[in-house]
Design a protein around this ligand. Sequence first.
Ligand code: 4AD
Length: 553
Amino acid sequence: MSVYINDSSGKDDISVSGTKEEPFKSGAFALFVNQTGSEPKLLVYKKDEDTDGGYVEISASALKKARKGAEGLKKKAAKQEDQDKKKKEQDAKDVAKRLELMNITIKEDLSLPKARSMKIGRCYSAVDERVKVCGWIHRLRLSKSVGFVVLRDGTGYLQAVLSGDLAKAYQTGTLTLESTVKLYGTVRKLPDGKTAPGGVELDVDYYEIVGLAPAGDDAFTNRVQEGADPSLLLDQRHLMLRGETLSAVMKVRAALLKAFRRVFDEEGLTEVTPPCMVQTQVEGGSTLFKLDYYGEEAFLTQSSQLYLETCLSSLGDVYCIQESFRAEKSHTRRHLSEYTHIEGELAFLDFEDLLTHIERLITSTVQYVLEDSVAGPLIKQLNPDFKAPQMPFMRLEYKDAITWLNEHGIKNEENEEFKFGDDIAEAAERKMTDTIGVPILLTKFPVAIKSFYMKRCADDPRVTESVDVLMPTVGEITGGSMRIESTEELMAGFTREGIDASAYYWFVDQRRYGTCPHGGYGIGTERILAWLCDRFTVRDCSLYPRFSGRCKP
Ligand code: 4AD
């Protein structure tokens, strides 16, 4: 039998017949596909020969080479066949294994004691009890024989172990971070030397998947990546809140507000909830958010102070914990456009009483937060060097602060020496506070740099009975003052600030219908938290921070 070879038009393919019309490309391949029977005669195309259509019998040396090549192809084919066979066997094994794992049914053993449903925080003291806990998978480590899960439910973290069939089961392999599960098992005390939250571990005997979170590109860890641009992380704030640091700050925040309410109660103040949509300003027109209120001009409140003042005559001393709004264009680390404002107002007291009340409020509240079983340890974790403030706080009059700043070479906003009447802006104020290193009651600011309602000091009418509480690392956390008692003086304040007094008739009436000495203050929740939790910015202390350029999610 003759087989034709043409190294320019031929093809080395098993579908090729090897005829003159359909030649092979190489002699090696021609011999390789014609292994059965006697060796065929190979005819090779030679362009310049005058032979049968250009084909001549292969030379002895080329035939030897073709035979060697065919041998190589044979070996290669055998190897490939072997590999294919092994892969097929492995695939079959994998399918069988998967079927076997899929067949592992995770079933609750009903002969076990009934599991008591509880939140993670309670599990720590339920040693040797069979419990059911529901939550989100915070951490996950799976191997063939054992699975470690750290479950989170907002009350704490619980280390759980899946072993035996539970670890092997196909469904366990599908678990991802942030999936929700219900775990059933026995709480075991951890042996000495091992650590896990609460000193316990859950020995899981059964579990159910409630909702699987995405894997792959959309996996949780791809949505919130540590060190990513802060703006991108803020877009993912709803997921960031699941992280340990942010959720810890939010827990301290809850404890802080609870502690404030407790101290307000001890101090005899009643909680009220004034409106946030208003038609008056408190802290200057430049930071007002305007809104169209059914065709009338209205604002989002800057402070509930004026409303609190109206409650004194009916409810006595009052407080509120309410959102305040400031259209602050500045992107500083301590300004938000919306913040939670803790405000108190007290009647029949003098400036000294007010200062002492503020000191007591802050020290007692901080003490309660530190004693709180949840928040106390979290503050230790977030701010290990935090020292609770002690009464009395250092008192520093504005005029003495000006001297102090000049003595320490700190300049004003114009990069000049401070002079009486200058505003002590954020940077200078923080430098001073950080250098002094203890809480300061900075008092008696000049009339011109404070609001229209502040009472003047009897012994120096250039200054007001006003106070800012300054804390190291943050600066001002509280602003307060005694309020003007007389109608005439208040009217003069409106005129000085260019405010139309007619919209404030209800506020003025407090002076007309039985005036009294009174004073109050406002505390920025996010600022006091930044100090307590050692956060760089108030943005880290707000659930969904608002500042210029950000009003989502
Ligand atoms: O000093 P402020 O402006 O005082 C008042 O609003 C008074 N009317 C309060 C009162 O006497 N009832 O604000 C009080 C506190 C500040 O010390 C600061 O902690 C916080 O509110 N604060 C802000 N926090 C975050 N972002 C802002 N833009 C803030 N502006 C004020």
